[in-house]
Design a protein around this ligand. Structure first.
Ligand code: ATR
Length: 276
């Protein structure tokens, strides 16, 4: 019997990761024979662990916090979307033995919004909260949807302004602080800060969500995040967490590795039941 191709996710902490369950479900869904494990890997041992993994025959890796920038530096080749994000969440062993770095996070977000939730981005006013790595990874695919404008608001204003400047050639985009949001309204508010993880909410003014406007937290948890709850209190049309994004970014990585696309909607539904 042949040995199954093997894949893994590296990160620290990693025990909470849903990726092994997700890829197992993808493999069942598409009749692929493969294994996928989560491995606790810190920044200090990242490069050695990646080399070991591929030397032992590993076919592909996901990298999560705090390793995405290191994976970007490690990859011998980079996809255009990884170059824009300056971060890599998927490493792929190429036929020539080199390692390609890609970033499927933004694709995952946009696919979840458009396909799973029917939330269009074209001609919409979009607010992104946060100016760190998570924000950087989603801006290019959002701009590709031709929104009316994108505003990046951040606690450290200079970071928001600098990030907006980087993407200026793609459309109307500006950076500001949270105080500057007063009096504005948005069709979609994306929380890309790490505040949810510590149960904190960015300081947002009331009445900032337009009629039929939606909220989306890139984080997810077993309970609705504080930002998702805020959206519901503010009467958002929909207030969603990032489970769908997680599954869609994983599906894109799976496609890059295996060349087949799993049925994501059934797997998202299953995950909501099985691992609520
Ligand atoms: P990631 O890679 O997850 O984006 P990061 O690069 O450390 O992580 O960025 C975290 C983001 O969350 C930053 O935009 C940060 O704001 P600052 O740039 O001002 O540090 C934001 N953030 C973290 N905690 C926050 C809080 N309690 N309120 C508002 N913003 C917060």
């Amino acid at each position: 019997m042949s040995i199954p191709d093997f894949y893994a996710v590296f990160g620290q902490p990693i025990h909470h990761s849903k990726s092994p369950q997700i890829h197992q479900l993808f493999a069942q869904n598409t009749q692929q024979i493969m294994e996928y494990q989560a491995q606790e890997v810190g920044a200090d041992i990242f490069a050695k662990s990646v080399v070991d993994f591929f030397e032992k025959g590993g076919k592909g890796l996901n990298c999560t916090l705090p390793l995405k920038e290191l994976a970007f530096k490690f990859a011998s080749n980079l996809s255009p979307r990884a170059q824009c994000a300056k971060a890599v969440n998927t490493l792929i062993l190429q036929k020539n033995g080199q390692i390609l770095g890609d970033n499927t996070d933004g694709y995952g977000l946009v696919t979840d919004l458009l396909k799973n939730h029917g939330i269009a981005l074209k001609h919409k006013r979009i607010l992104i909260l946060g100016a760190g790595g998570a924000s950087r990874g989603i801006i290019h695919p959002i701009m590709q949807q031709i929104p009316e404008k994108v505003v990046i608001a951040n606690r450290t204003i200079e970071k928001a302004i600098a990030l907006a400047l980087e993407f200026k050639k793609l459309g109307t985009i500006e950076g500001c602080g949270f105080d500057d949001l007063k009096g504005q309204s948005f069709d979609l508010i994306l929380n890309a800060t790490s505040a949810s993880l510590s149960g904190k909410l960015p300081p947002l003014p009331n009445n900032i969500i337009a009629e039929k406007g939606c909220c989306y937290d890139l984080s997810y948890g077993s309970e609705p995040t504080i930002f998702v709850r805020w959206g519901l209190e503010q009467n958002a049309h929909k207030s969603l967490d990032g489970l769908g994004m997680l599954v869609e970014q994983a599906a894109e990585a799976f496609y890059l590795w295996r060349g087949v696309r799993p049925n994501t909607q059934s797997i998202i539904a299953l995950l909501k039941q099985k691992y609520p």
